[in-house]
Write a protein that binds this ligand. Structure first.
Ligand SMILES: [Zn+2]
Length: 68
């Protein structure tokens, strides 16, 4: 599937880059663009990111990033 709408602006000049962006920005079930939520946890210097699909009503990713 070719991405028709790119939500992020990383370097996507090659098929590998396009596939990577597509796989991380779209639902694995229906290929819709994922919605992202970010939660700041300042007391522990972390940001929690959750990605979910509105169509499938599934959370596809939850990651915690530590702030430097
Ligand atoms: Zn979906």
């Amino acid at each position: 599937m070719i991405a028709t709408k790119v939500q992020y602006f990383e370097k996507i000049e090659t098929t590998q880059h396009q596939d990577f962006v597509q796989n991380h920005g779209n639902c694995v079930l229906c290929r819709n663009v994922l919605e992202l939520k970010h939660f700041s946890q300042k007391d522990v210097n972390q940001i929690k990111e959750e990605a979910f699909c509105l169509e499938c009503d599934v959370k596809t990713r939850a990651k915690i990033y530590t702030l430097n």
